[in-house]
Design a protein around this ligand. Structure first.
Ligand code: ADP
Ligand code: MG
Length: 626
C-alpha cells in the first residue's frame, strides 16, 4: 500500500498556522495588514493579557460582503489576486489567503463586517468549526476578534512567553504600523488602557505619537533623492542617540524591513558622532523603483534583497552623512521640522568639497569594500585641519547660516518670530557656528576656557577638548590619506592566536597595513607586529589586538575602526593641552585658527568643544531684560 497521504484541511491549516501565527504579535500583524489592504483610515487594536485571551482589530475599511464571510476562513481564499499573473503586480500586504484560516484554526475567531453602515454580519470560527453568518448592527468596516489563542494546541500555548514579553512584541508591531502608515489613525489599547495613538496627520505626528514630541525636535526631517532613490523621514541629530537598536526603523517602498545594507549605511553615517554603545534614532523611508529589488514574495519575510546593494548603500550613506556633517548639499534638503514643512529637493550629484570631509567622494569601490566587509568600516573623515582647497574656504563660511545676531537674513530664514528664544538658542547651538575674523579674544577662565567675543555672542572654548579634537582629526586624516609615518619597533610585539583568529587576522592584514600597522604571520600560530603608526607609538598593542579579536564573533559589534578610533581618541587625549595649562597668546591664536571657525565640533568623546553665551542670555540673568 502506498504511504503518501493527502492531508486534510484541518491538518493543513494547523501546519500553516505554525508558519503564520507565531504568537499574539503575528495575529496583530496579519489583522492590521488586512485592515490596511481594505483601505482603512482608522484602525483600533485592543489586546488583553498580552493578546493571549483577546485580540481585537477593527477598522473602517471596505468591509467584507455577506457571501464572502464564510470564505474568508477557507484556506487560499483571497480577494487580492485571482490568477498567477497577478502575482507580479501585487500591491497589497496579503495575498495568500492564509492568515484568517490559520488564525481561526488555533483560536476562537469572530468577524463582524459591514460594507454599508448598519448592514453588518457576523461569523465565528472555532478551531475547524465555521459557524453561520448572522446579521448584526455594525458600522462600515470590519472587526476581527481572536479569543483564546492556541486553546486547542496546548504545546504552542506553553511556548508563549511571559505576558510582558509578548505584549512588548505586539507593541513593537503596532509601532511599526503607526510609523509606516502616518496617514492612518491608530488607537492601541492594552488591557483597557490607551497605550498609543496617532491621528493620521503625517509622519511628524506619528513619530511624536510613538516617541514623544521631544524626539521630533531632536531630529532632522529629511527628504532627498539621488540615483532614483528617495530617502526621507526623521533622523536623529548628531547629538541624539539611543541605548539600543530598537529605535531604528526602515521602510522600503512603504514596507517595514530589517535590512542590513541600509542599517549598515546608517551606522557608518553616524559612527563619527556616536560613542560606544550609542545607537542612532531614525524612521527612514527608502523608496526605490520596483526593479531595484529582488522580489521575494514570502509574506513573513521582513528582509529584501537589492539588485545593486552598493548603490543603495552608498546613496543612503552619502545622503545621511552629508546631512549630519552639515555640508552645503545637505543644507539643500534638510528641513528643520520646527520651522517649515518638508520640501522636496534633489541631491546635487557633484562631489562635496574636500573641506567638508571629502568623504562623499569615496569611490563606489570603497563602498563595496565597506559593505562587503561589514566588520570593517574604513571611513575616516578628513580633519578640519586639512588645508582647504582653493575656493573651498568660501564655502566653509557660506554653507550654514552664519550666526550673526544682527544678520537679517539669518533671522528671517530661521523664522525667529514664530519660536521662543529658548528654542532658538538651543537649536542654533546644535548647528555649527562659524566665527569669522571679527572675533576678539577676551581671556581665559580658570586657565581652561578661552573666551572669544563675536558681535553679541561669547564663545567659550574648552582648550583641552578643542586640541584633542584637532589631534584626533590630524591622525584620522593621515590614516585616510595613507600618509602615516610608521615607527619601527625595537622589540616586535608577538602574540599567539587560534586557527580561527589566525584566519580572521590574515584577512585584515592589508587593512591594518593601511592604518600603519605592519603585522605578519609568525610561525603557525602567532603574529608579529613590527611597525606601528608613529602618532600611536604609545598604543597598548595587547589591548588593541585583544579588542580586535573579541570583535571576531558576530555577536559583539566591535569593528576595527571603532577600536582604532578609541585608540586614536585616547592618544589624542594624552597628547592634548590639558585644562589648567596656561597658554601663550601664540598658542591660543594657533588653536583658534586651526579650528577654522567651526565651533560645532565635539571632542572625540562626544563632548562639545565650545559653548555659546549670548548677550541676551546674560542680560536675562541680570534681569536687564525679561
Ligand atoms: P489575504 O490577506 O492573504 O487575502 P486573509 O486570510 O488575511 O488572506 O484574508 C482573507 C480575505 O478576507 C482577504 O482577501 C479579504 O478579502 C478578506 N478580509 C480579511 N480581513 C479584512 C478586512 N479587515 N477588511 C476587508 N476584508 C478583509
Ligand atoms: Mg491577510
Amino acid at each position: 500500500m502506498g504511504k503518501i497521504n493527502v492531508l486534510g484541511t484541518e491538518v493543513y491549516n494547523r501546519i500553516a498556522a505554525g508558519e503564520v501565527v507565531d504568537g499574539p504579535y503575528s495575529v496583530v500583524k496579519e489583522l492590521v495588514e488586512n485592515s490596511l489592504d481594505a483601505g482603512a483610515t482608522e484602525i483600533e487594536i485592543c489586546i488583553d493579557n498580552a493578546g493571549k485571551t483577546r485580540i481585537m482589530v477593527s477598522d473602517n475599511g471596505s468591509g467584507i460582503e455577506k457571501d464572502d464571510l464564510p470564505k474568508a476562513f477557507l484556506p487560499h481564499a483571497t480577494s487580492k489576486i485571482s490568477s498567477a499573473s497577478d502575482l507580479d503586480l501585487i500591491t497589497t500586504l496579503g495575498f495568500r489567503g492564509e492568515a484568517l484560516p490559520s488564525i481561526a484554526s488555533v483560536s476562537v475567531t469572530e468577524i463582524v463586517s459591514a460594507v454599508k453602515n448598519d448592514e453588518g454580519y457576523s461569523i465565528t470560527a472555532e478551531g475547524q468549526n465555521i459557524g453561520m453568518v448572522s446579521p448584526c448592527a455594525a458600522k462600515k468596516g470590519t472587526s476581527v476578534t481572536v479569543k483564546s489563542l492556541f486553546y486547542n494546541t496546548p504545546v504552542r500555548a506553553r511556548f508563549l512567553r511571559a505576558d510582558k514579553k509578548e505584549e512588548a512584541d505586539v507593541t513593537a508591531m503596532v509601532t511599526r504600523f503607526i510609523l509606516g502608515n502616518p496617514d492612518v489613525s491608530f488607537c492601541y489599547i492594552v488591557d483597557g488602557r490607551l497605550k498609543l495613538t496617532s491621528y493620521g496627520e503625517g509622519l511628524e505626528e506619528a513619530v511624536a505619537g510613538v516617541y514623544g514630541a521631544d524626539t521630533v525636535s531632536n531630529c532632522f526631517n529629511i527628504n532627498a533623492e539621488k540615483n532614483n532613490i528617495r530617502v526621507r523621514g526623521y533622523i536623529g541629530s548628531q547629538n541624539y542617540f539611543k541605548p539600543n537598536k530598537t529605535y531604528e526603523s526602515v521602510y522600503l517602498n512603504g514596507r517595514w524591513v530589517n535590512n542590513s545594507c541600509i542599517s549598515t549605511a546608517m551606522s557608518c553615517a553616524y559612527q563619527y558622532y556616536a560613542m560606544k554603545r550609542q545607537y542612532p534614532f531614525y524612521v527612514l523611508f527608502v523608496d526605490v523603483p520596483a526593479d531595484f529589488v529582488d522580489v521575494n514574495v514570502h509574506p513573513n519575510k521582513s528582509d529584501v534583497r537589492f539588485v545593486d546593494t552598493n548603490l543603495i548603500f552608498s546613496t543612503v550613506y552619502k545622503i545621511v552623512s552629508s546631512i549630519l556633517d552639515g555640508t552645503t548639499a545637505a543644507a539643500d534638503f534638510v528641513v528643520d521640522t520646527k520651522r517649515s514643512p518638508a520640501v522636496k529637493s534633489t541631491y546635487k550629484d557633484s562631489p562635496l568639497p574636500a573641506v567638508f570631509g571629502g568623504k562623499a567622494e569615496l569611490s563606489e569601490k570603497k563602498f563595496t569594500e565597506i559593505y562587503e566587509n561589514k566588520t570593517e568600516i574604513p571611513v575616516f573623515r578628513e580633519g578640519k585641519t586639512s588645508k582647504p582647497e582653493e575656493g573651498a574656504s568660501n564655502l566653509l563660511y557660506k554653507s550654514p547660516p552664519p550666526s550673526y545676531p544682527n544678520d537679517e537674513n539669518y533671522l528671517s530664514s530661521e523664522g525667529k518670530d514664530e519660536i521662543s528664544d529658548e528654542i532658538d538658542t538651543r537649536e542654533r547651538e546644535e548647528q555649527r557656528s562659524f566665527i569669522l575674523d571679527t572675533r576678539k579674544y577676551v581671556g581665559a577662565l580658570f586657565n581652561t576656557f578661552l573666551i572669544f567675543e563675536v558681535g553679541d555672542e561669547a564663545f567659550l572654548i574648552d582648550q583641552h577638548a578643542a586640541h584633542e579634537r584637532l589631534l584626533f582629526d590630524e591622525y584620522s586624516e593621515k590614516i585616510a590619506k595613507r600618509t602615516i609615518t610608521r615607527q619601527c619597533m625595537l622589540v616586535p610585539y608577538v602574540f599567539n592566536v587560534t586557527p580561527g583568529e589566525s584566519q580572521f587576522l590574515s584577512e585584515k592584514l592589508p587593512l591594518l597595513s593601511d592604518m600603519g600597522f605592519s603585522v605578519e604571520l609568525f610561525g603557525d600560530s602567532a603574529f608579529r607586529v613590527y611597525e606601528v603608526p608613529q602618532d600611536l607609538q604609545s598604543i597598548d598593542l595587547k589591548c588593541f589586538f585583544d579588542e580586535l579579536l573579541s570583535g571576531m564573533g558576530e555577536l559583539k559589534n566591535v569593528t576595527l575602526t571603532d577600536i582604532l578610533r578609541d585608540k586614536i581618541a585616547m592618544t589624542a587625549c594624552k597628547h592634548a593641552i590639558k585644562g589648567g595649562n596656561i597658554l601663550t597668546d601664540a598658542e591660543i591664536e594657533n588653536l583658534f585658527s586651526l579650528l577654522k571657525g567651526d565651533m560645532g565640533l565635539k571632542c572625540p568623546h562626544g563632548r562639545p568643544i565650545c559653548v555659546k553665551l549670548t548677550k541676551t542670555q546674560l542680560e536675562k540673568m541680570f534681569k536687564r531684560v525679561v
